[in-house]
Design a protein around this ligand. Structure first.
Ligand code: C2E
Ligand code: MG
Ligand code: MG
Ligand code: MG
Length: 279
């Protein structure tokens, strides 16, 4: 046994690994039931037109888990586990359906120019059932396809470039809006990017965070905006927290902005209270 082994013969490292594995097992057990128990919910974060920061253009749906004992859990506490075990497929289908249900309500209330954005994990994106799941969710709620944005990360889109291209083309043919999330963190070749049937690039929050103090980040953002404009893509910046970030991004020509400066993710009812207060 390793030096420093405890009385029972296990090192601290092994003990903590066991505890961690036990916690993960418990969490997995809970996650298996979460969907049926109605513990999952979507929060919505507003996206605003950069040119008119009073105008909401839609929302990103972000998953939350109301855990019976541990309280509200964020995606980074359970998405990886869901992905590893395949549970992300039924969960992801629930998210798609729920986001389309909410968007169809908004549509009926006259918000017919909004889009709801749904995040897809890598496994969901490669899963054979994806196209049917998207089609069913749209049909079930009689929602026009262009009211739904699917966000896939640059890294996911790059994993198997040819396969991704085929899937994205099918979605684009259906009329679904496509966004490349966390853009700038992966290694897209410009040639590949040019072939992607995407509609939007979403600048990663990591570049926005320090742009006032880090001239490299500011330069990278300028380059991404120029690239997006050249390829005729909409540019969204995520993680906008300050007015000077807003001014910089708007000045560069970003189309839309999202971040705590404008609104945090929140339940749909609260979201609409905020929207109505703007009007
Ligand atoms: P993402 O798609 O890049 O989502 C943006 C994340 O940044 C969200 O975190 C959002 O709350 C946070 N954010 C937005 N504005 C600001 C800001 O101004 N400041 C800061 N500090 N943070 C901001 P969240 O909700 O914790 O989600 C994290 C990630 O989990 C998402 O990153 C996405 O990759 C994943 N995720 C969320 N919901 C789903 C889902 O339904 N399915 C899948 N597969 N993944 C999801
Ligand atoms: Mg996203
Ligand atoms: Mg993102
Ligand atoms: Mg991100």
């Amino acid at each position: 046994h390793a030096k420093g082994a405890g009385k029972n013969g296990y090192s601290f490292f092994e003990q903590s690994m066991n505890t961690n594995a036990r916690n993960q097992l418990q969490l997995l057990h809970d996650l298996r039931q979460a969907l049926d128990a109605g513990e999952l919910e979507l929060h919505y974060q507003p996206k605003f037109a950069a040119a008119d920061a009073q105008r909401v253009i839609g929302a990103e749906a972000l998953l939350r888990w109301q855990h019976p004992r541990r309280g509200l859990l964020m995606p980074d506490q359970f998405i990886a586990l869901a992905e590893k075990t395949g549970l992300i497929i039924p969960i992801g289908n629930w998210v798609l359906n729920e986001a389309c249900r909410q968007m169809s309500r908004w549509y009926a209330e006259g918000r017919d120019d909004w889009r709801v954005a749904v995040n897809l994990s890598a496994l969901q994106f490669c899963h054979a059932g994806l196209i049917d799941s998207v089609r069913h969710a749209l049909e079930r709620h009689a929602l026009p396809a262009n009211c739904l944005t699917l966000e896939i990360t640059e890294t996911t889109a790059m994993q198997d470039a040819d396969a991704s291209l085929a899937i994205l083309r099918k979605l684009a043919e259906m009329g679904v809006d496509l966004s490349i999330d966390d853009f700038g963190t992966g290694y897209s070749s410009l040639l590949y990017l040019k072939r992607l049937p995407a509609n939007e690039l979403k600048i990663d929050r990591g570049f926005v965070r320090d742009l006032e103090h880090d001239s490299d980040d500011a330069a990278i953002i300028s380059a991404i905006v120029a690239l997006g404009q050249a390829l005729d893509l909409r540019i969204v910046a995520e993680g906008v927290e300050t007015e000077s970030q807003q001014a910089f991004l708007t000045g560069l020509g970003c189309d839309s902005l999202q971040g705590f400066l404008f609104g945090k993710p929140m339940p749909a009812e609260q979201f609409m209270v905020g929207v109505e207060a703007l009007a």
